[in-house]
Design a binder for this molecule. Structure first.
Ligand code: FAD
Ligand code: NAP
Length: 349
């Protein structure tokens, strides 16, 4: 039997698409990703990028305040107990994502905790293969696989991954190895500021190493970093090598001043990379047209159409510009409406 619509991905885009297609009686099937070591390492576990962060202060509808009672009533008790405690500043990323998932489930969305590893978009119905060897057929597909953290590609970075090198402060920051040590954060965007700010809870000082002399982060985030006494800026600087040994993992970082060429060794217990993201498109095997930056190409202005009719794309996998939870949810909604209308035009629904 062929599914009406299969949604691949479980960030805000995927759940918004699921909520809308479920309410259109399309009985969507969501592949939310697999729980594997590989996905853990590259930050592509189910629930997407927001599941790796703390407070989300800019998603409309979730002002600061105590949301505990609401969360207790809205989310299944078994899942609630896994979630980080609510701090009261706003909704946390994991809370927001569980709420979206639950909302999609409430309207009858079926969820499979597995990755789609291969697609065949050459003939309809489309065929999708899962990591555990199953195949599913679909009349339409929504690709909402988001993006994953970048690394610099240094051999020393690879050597110390999970032993002091990380791309997720929320996942790893509280580990004993970082407590009361200096910590280095690489990058100058919102993620870098957020990681650095969060890490000040654990480290004695956080060095933000940025390749230019101005942050890319939004103004409010910039102010947060620049006014935090525990964050020290290393402007015009790059990470040249992660220093350490097999017994202790990371013990320092060699930084290079890009203006003067001078290098300095900074003692630290960890290095966090926050240098942007790469869209998750490898599983598409080149069957959808991509932009020159590797994002799925939207082929028609203000639509979520891709180069294959009946396949739609939503969220960060197709957006190298806005990359916000709200815009991902917005294009997720658009992709659901586009899929519904396309299926209706085909006479399949
Ligand atoms: P993602 O959230 O990337 O989710 C996609 C998910 O799909 C993956 O994680 C994975 O589970 C699944 N997947 C991937 N490949 C496959 C596959 N082959 N098969 C099945 N499943 C797959 N935005 C804000 O608006 N406010 C914030 O405060 C904010 N904070 C952020 C903090 C951090 C640290 C980061 C990294 C980002 C933050 N963002 C924030 C940006 C926001 O998280 C993203 O814009 C948003 O999550 C994108 O949603 P998405 O649905 O496109 O994809
Ligand atoms: P980003 O905005 O692309 O910033 C990446 C940063 O890393 C930039 O400062 C960039 O430097 C630097 N960088 C990139 N490649 C590098 C390299 N090879 N070596 C050294 N530095 C490098 O990515 P992001 O911070 O992950 O944010 C992604 C999206 O999520 C953004 O749209 C952001 O607004 C959103 N987000 C929002 C929040 C929030 O609202 N609270 C939090 C996190 C993320 P240059 O500046 O020189 O290019």
């Amino acid at each position: 039997m062929s599914e009406n619509v299969v949604i691949i991905g479980s960030g805000p885009a995927g759940w918004a698409a699921a909520i809308y297609t479920a309410r259109a009686n399309l009985t969507p099937l969501v592949y939310e990703g697999a729980i594997t070591e590989e996905n853990q390492t590259q930050g592509t576990l189910p629930l997407g990028q927001l599941n790796l962060t703390t407070e989300v202060e800019n998603y409309p509808g979730f002002p600061a305040g105590n949301l505990c009672q609401y969360l207790d009533s809205a989310i299944e008790t078994s899942l609630r107990s896994y979630m980080a405690p609510h701090l009261g500043h706003g909704v946390s990323g994991p809370e927001l994502m569980e709420l979206m998932r639950q909302q999609a489930k409430n309207f009858g969305t079926r969820i499979v905790t597995d990755d789609i590893v291969k697609v065949d978009f050459k003939a309809r119905p489309f065929k999708l293969s899962t990591r555990d060897g199953k195949t599913v057929e679909a009349a339409s597909v929504i690709v909402a696989t988001g993006a994953r953290a970048n690394y610099l590609g240094l051999p020393s970075e690879d050597r110390f991954k999970n032993r002091g090198v990380s791309a997720c402060a929320v996942c790893d920051g509280a580990l004993p190895r970082f407590r009361n040590h200096a910590i280095v954060v690489i990058g100058g965007g919102d993620s870098a500021v957020e990681e650095a700010t969060y890490l000040t809870k654990f480290g004695k000082v956080v060095y933000m190493v940025h390749r230019r002399d101005a942050l890319r982060a939004s103004k409010i985030m910039q102010e947060r970093a620049l006014s935090n006494p525990k964050i020290k800026m290393k402007w015009n600087s790059a990470l040249e090598e992660v220093l350490g040994d097999d017994t202790n993992g990371v013990t320092g970082a060699r930084l290079k001043n890009l203006k003067t060429g001078a290098t300095e060794n900074v003692e630290c217990g960890g290095v966090f990379l926050a240098i942007g993201h790469t869209p998750n498109t490898a599983f598409l095997g080149g069957q959808l047209a991509l932009t020159d930056k590797g994002y799925v190409k939207w082929t028609t202005p203000a639509r979520t159409y891709t180069s294959v009719e009946g396949v739609f794309a939503a969220g960060d996998v197709a957006d190298d510009y806005y990359r916000q939870a709200i815009t991902a949810a917005g294009t997720g909604c658009m992709s659901a409406l586009d899929a519904e209308r396309w299926l209706a035009a085909q006479g399949t629904h």
